[in-house]
Design a protein around this ligand. Structure first.
Ligand SMILES: Cc1cc2nc3c(=O)[nH]c(=O)nc-3n(C[C@H](O)[C@H](O)[C@H](O)COP(=O)(O)OP(=O)(O)OC[C@H]3O[C@@H](n4cnc5c(N)ncnc54)[C@H](O)[C@@H]3O)c2cc1C
Ligand code: FES
Ligand code: FES
Length: 404
């Protein structure tokens, strides 16, 4: 469609696709690149401009919505090319910038505030800048696990490990995580292996989902783990995301925590004073909460090797193929664990007891929702998840029985 708007006092007219965002119009059509795209979801304020004199996030306004209106970007604030606006001068004088990425949006939000309220209190200033977030952090790459631990000890609570980044970076983009230091452990090949360690399979925490899915050793010894890893996200996610990251992130909607729980895995955590073993049942403490201490590195996952091959099944009910499970079920032998049926992955103990007592799969599956507390969210309510758990456990037990 044809869009005409006043930008920094001059009129700009262009034919653009209906889906064009104001920030893209400003950057690509008007050539004004100060409004930055940070989160692209209206969360960070890096793209803030004035729309008819009031601050607005230009990543969440269509160019068509700005048709016929007046837009001011930071480039249009000063009265001349060699001038600076008083707000820009104030930011410079107070050293209120680091890399500068968020600064244009901060300046525009502050200008908007003063236009409405020329003498704000400190609280009013803080409130006015609530929609603007600074994303500066320090990136450090660890060359070894020992170095990663040293960097974490130096960084304290402000530091976070970055493995595949496929849970942490989305959270940072939404500003739900704001670490000041990122310690990249993603290239630590010493923690990327899958080996037979006499009695158990040892999986290095930096093994990717794709490594697990492609492992011949896992396909032979622990096919449940190999298969479930191949069901995580999509190929791009599986090439980057790691089993250690998935477990440390402790999302009860994730697949591998429930699988490792069903397999009675033991997690090895290394901290400044050495390594310790944590059983999967004790590792998951709550939603996004694990037994890892700050600065502790998950290094290995040990999974007992069944003496004789055990039948298994993994069932995952999703809206789209690449999504997280609305409910999932992992079965190996008589062990059954559930995805997304509580704040942590949970063992379906009532089902396991019924199986041990000789119940048929369908009868045992009727107990699947007992002692669970599934979430109520936009994807499904609690009752539907309980129903899904019973249906999926029945399917999993039947499939497992057919493999025995
Ligand atoms: C589009 C998309 C679809 C997805 N679909 C699914 C899905 O269907 N099923 C599913 O289970 N998951 C899914 N995921 C999540 C994915 O599996 C992530 O890769 C995984 O949850 C996190 O692994 P990571 O290596 O990327 O961890 P990161 O994002 O790097 O880290 C996650 C957290 O764990 C910490 N951490 C990482 N490694 C360690 C370690 N070794 N020691 C201590 N702390 C550590 C980090 O500090 C951070 O807090 C999806 C992700 C995306 C983006
Ligand atoms: S890019 Fe628009 S709010 Fe973050
Ligand atoms: S100064 Fe805020 S993102 Fe760098």
């Amino acid at each position: 469609m044809k869009v005409i708007m006043t930008v920094n006092g001059g009129q700009i007219e262009a034919e653009v696709p209906d889906r064009t965002l104001l920030v893209d119009f400003l950057r690509d059509v008007a050539g004004l690149t100060a409004a930055n795209i940070g989160c692209d979801t209206s969360s960070c304020g890096a793209c803030t401009v004035l729309l008819d004199g009031q601050s607005a996030k230009s990543c969440t306004v269509l160019a068509a919505q700005a048709d016929g209106r007046a837009v001011v970007t930071v480039e249009g604030l000063a009265s001349g090319p060699d001038e600076m606006h008083p707000m820009q001068l104030a930011f410079r004088a107070e050293h209120a910038l680091q890399c500068g990425f968020c600064t244009p949006g901060m300046v525009m939000a502050a200008v908007s505030l003063l236009a409405e309220n020329p003498l704000p209190t400190e609280d009013e200033v803080r409130t006015a800048l609530e929609g603007n977030l600074c994303r500066c952090f320090t990136y450090q790459r660890a060359g070894s696990a020992d170095e990663a631990l040293e960097l974490a000890a130096d960084g304290g609570e402000d530091a976070k490990f970055l493995a595949g980044g496929h849970s942490l970076l989305p959270l940072m983009k939404l500003r739900l995580a704001v670490p000041e230091i990122l310690i990249d452990i993603g290239r630590l090949s010493e923690l990327r292996y899958i080996r037979d360690d006499d009695g158990h399979i040892a999986v290095g925490a930096l093994s990717t989902h794709n490594d697990l899915a492609a492992s011949g050793l896992l396909a032979r010894e622990l096919p449940l783990l190999a298969h479930a890893a191949g069901m995580v996200g999509d190929p791009q996610v599986r090439h980057c995301g790691t089993i250690g990251g998935s477990l440390a992130h402790a999302d009860s909607a994730a697949d591998l925590p429930a699988v490792v729980l069903a397999l009675d895995g033991v997690l090895i955590a290394r901290g400044p004073s050495g390594s310790r073993e944590i059983g999967a049942g004790a590792f998951f403490r709550g939603l996004f909460e694990s037994a890892l201490e700050p600065g502790e590195l998950l290094t290995e996952i040990r999974i007992p090797k069944p003496r004789a091959p055990l039948a298994w099944s993994f069932q995952k009910f999703t809206k789209r193929a690449i999504d997280w499970a609305i409910v999932g079920v992992a079965v190996q032998g008589g062990s059954v664990a559930l995805v997304n049926m509580g704040q942590t992955p949970v063992r379906a103990s009532a089902v396991e007891r019924a199986l041990a007592g000789g119940a048929a799969p369908r009868d045992a599956a009727a107990h699947a929702a007992e002692q669970t507390s599934p979430p109520d969210d936009l994807n499904a309510d609690r009752g539907y998840r309980e129903h899904l758990a019973r249906v999926l456990v029945a399917r999993a037990l039947e499939e497992s029985a057919s493999r025995a």
